[in-house]
Design a protein. Structure first.
Ligand code: AHN
Ligand code: ZN
Length: 323
């Protein structure tokens, strides 16, 4: 099984944060070490199914895999099924897949990512490529890979708060640039819009949420994303502070980036949960995203373990220190 074979070089003690005799009375939290090799293996595994485009066999198979992997890591798993209408009227057979840790705990943190991949490489230079589906190693699979590794860690050592890992479906089925027909508004993030209206448990609440989107690119840079800044600045500052303390300031820049319509918007709008988007922002491209964004270059060869490590360890630092 992957869970066993994924552990190449990662031990399970970081030697940091251990309670010493001198500092006994202080609250010390031993944060487990995030294993980037393991996260990388979970990304490879998702990509190996083929593009996870809704209504495809690859999509269905990957969804089954995510559900069974969360179960294997000891989560209480919920699967929300819904037919969601895309911009062009296509009904997307979608599943939000949720893994809850300590489901009885009132104080909770939400961690989320989208798991579908985009049906169109519409940022490719040549139009003959625009109708091809992307692997979405970064755009989709990277966030899920990091969260699966965190799920594996949660099974071994529980933080104080309950944790919910939500894999949203149908995030990336927005109208392509080449589509000239009429379309409805808000055609991105269909899975999170559904979950926001009908959460997996009634009146679901969390102290805050963290959304991971494109967290595996080489030389990734995470800026203060505009919507997170306006609606979740307290949690955002906490995350960036943790990253600086861990030595990841070259990834987590303390500068303003653009504003992005992403799943965190609907988590906040529908559930009033402040949610921070950790998303690779590139000020040197027209799109503001990584050069591989919505292109055929978004494949496993462009995933960087250093970035996965920085993001995974930072998220763990935050969730294990929450009281
Ligand atoms: C828009 O382009 C409007 N939102 C980007 C959200 C996204 C797409 N994240 C990954 N793929
Ligand atoms: Zn995308």
């Amino acid at each position: 099984m992957l869970a066993g074979t994924a552990l190449f070089s990662c031990g399970n003690s970081n030697g940091k944060g251990q309670a010493t005799e001198e500092a006994e009375e202080k609250i010390q939290v031993n944060v487990p070490v995030f294993c980037a090799d393991s996260a990388y293996a979970y990304i490879e595994r998702q990509v190996a199914f083929g593009p996870r485009v809704p209504n495809s066999a690859s999509h269905r198979q990957c969804g089954d895999y995510l559900k069974s992997q969360l179960e294997a890591f000891g989560a209480k798993v919920y699967v929300q099924e819904a037919d969601l209408m895309a911009y062009d009227g296509t009904l997307l057979r979608s599943r939000n897949i949720i893994g809850a840790y300590r489901p009885e705990a009132a104080k909770r943190i939400l961690l989320c990512s989208h798991w579908d991949s985009r049906p169109y490489a519409d940022q490719e230079k040549e139009s003959r490529h625009h109708h091809m589906a992307i692997d979405g190693a970064n755009d989709g699979a990277s966030g899920v890979g990091v969260l699966l590794e965190i799920a594996r860690q949660l099974q071994q050592q529980s933080p104080t708060l309950g944790i919910d890992i939500v894999f949203f479906d149908a995030e990336d089925y927005g109208a392509p640039d080449f589509y000239t027909g009429q379309h409805k508004a808000d055609y991105w993030c269909l899975g999170s819009q559904y979950w926001g209206r009908i959460p997996h448990t009634p009146d679901y609440k969390a102290r805050f949420g963290i959304l991971l989107d494109m967290v595996g690119g080489r030389n990734a840079t995470f800026y203060y994303e505009g919507y997170s800044q306006r609606t979740a600045s307290k949690a955002m500052k906490k995350i960036w502070r943790a990253a600086q303390a861990l030595g990841y300031s070259r990834y987590f820049l303390q500068q303003d980036g653009g504003e992005v319509t992403d799943d965190h918007v609907f988590v906040n709008q529908y559930r009033q949960i402040p949610c921070v988007d950790i998303i690779d922002y590139d000020p040197n491209t027209d799109t503001g995203f990584n050069p591989t964004w919505h292109t055929l270059d978004d494949h496993i060869g462009n995933i960087d373990k250093g970035t996965l490590q920085a993001v995974g360890q930072t998220v763990m630092q935050v969730i294990y220190n929450e009281q």
